[in-house]
Design a protein around this ligand. Sequence first.
Ligand SMILES: [Zn+2]
Length: 83
Amino acid sequence: MELLKGADSVSNIELLLIRKTQLHRKIQRDQEQIKDARLALGAIDREIYSKCIHYFTRDESAAHDDIYKRSCVKCGLYQNYNY
Ligand SMILES: [Zn+2]
């Protein structure tokens, strides 16, 4: 009985190790997708910034020492951000 219990534990550990490997691969794939999505968002922001006829106003939520104080009411992008 003890031998069977031990064998079951090894089998369970092997399954857990396989599951860990699967989860590590999933994290890697998901991180690549997030990176791709961020790059796509950056490209969209650059295109919007170049095409929008901006109307910049003071961002009321900006603190006096915030770098970005003015945003466009049409597209929401900041005036002096490097897109
Ligand atoms: Zn704009």
